[in-house]
Design a protein around this ligand. Structure first.
Ligand SMILES: Nc1ncnc2c1ncn2[C@@H]1O[C@H](COP(=O)(O)OP(=O)(O)OP(=O)(O)O)[C@@H](O)[C@H]1O
Ligand SMILES: Cc1cn([C@H]2C[C@H](O)[C@@H](COP(=O)(O)O)O2)c(=O)[nH]c1=O
Length: 193
């Protein structure tokens, strides 16, 4: 089963991902951007204020393709639980925002690039946090961690959730880290049982 954690920067995904590691030590825990050289290329682009948004989309997508073939598909074919801190929805939401004005309906465009080869998550936890708090918590250390940009990202996530309400589980990320992790653990346990 493929479980993903999604949300704005600073919404607490990595905190939950670590908590799930304690609850499910046998799970394969992974993340995007990955630690491969494709992921390193992505981080170079994140640090580049003037990176071309279309070029950046394809860097992220290359990293995803490698992640799928090297980590996700092999683990799933062995019947393992896979938990990914960010996955394809991050591309739809974030690059859907950076590509505004570059292509028509950027969210649909990014989805159309993924559809031929990606593997949909079975379950996605959306850690719901307002853009202002998200930007504050994330420390505003990169070009994406700005409230005005995160507002557009948040709107894109809402569109994704509305389109697939059964896949997404919304968790109020303004609660304490312990409560957020407990709610995710409880829901995941009901799905896995
Ligand atoms: N529920 C919470 N309430 C308050 N602070 C939190 C909560 N969860 C995490 N934090 C804090 O917010 C910061 C960001 O948390 P974390 O790295 O887990 O978020 P993230 O969603 O993975 O961020 P990013 O997408 O930027 O990597 C950390 O300082 C963390 O301790
Ligand atoms: C996977 C992915 C990520 N991003 C953005 C979101 C963050 O600002 C950075 C790095 O992610 P991290 O979880 O904070 O390490 O990249 C993106 O724009 N598109 C994506 O597909």
């Amino acid at each position: 089963m493929l479980v993903t954690l999604e949300g704005l920067d600073g919404s607490g995904k990595t905190t939950v991902w670590n908590a799930l590691g304690d609850a499910y030590p046998e799970a394969v825990r992974t993340r995007e951007p990955t630690e491969s050289w494709y992921g390193e290329a992505v981080y170079r682009s994140i640090d580049e204020e003037t990176a071309d948004p279309l070029a950046e989309l394809f860097l992220y997508t290359a990293d995803h393709a490698d992640h799928l073939s090297r980590v996700i598909r092999p683990a799933l074919s062995e019947g393992k639980l896979v938990i990914s801190d960010r996955y394809s929805d991050s591309r739809y939401a974030y690059q859907g925002a950076t590509l505004a004005g570059e292509v028509d309906d950027p969210v649909a465009y990014v989805q159309s690039i993924h559809e031929p080869f990606t593997r949909m998550p079975d379950l996605t936890f959306y850690l719901d946090l307002d853009p202002e708090t998200a930007a504050e918590r994330s420390g505003k250390t990169n070009k994406f961690e700005q409230a005005t940009y995160l507002e557009r990202v948040s709107e894109n996530y809402e569109r994704l959730i509305a389109a697939e309400p059964d896949r997404f589980v919304r968790v109020d990320a303004t609660q304490s880290p312990e409560t957020v992790a407990e709610q995710v653990r409880t829901r995941l346990a009901t799905v896995l049982d």
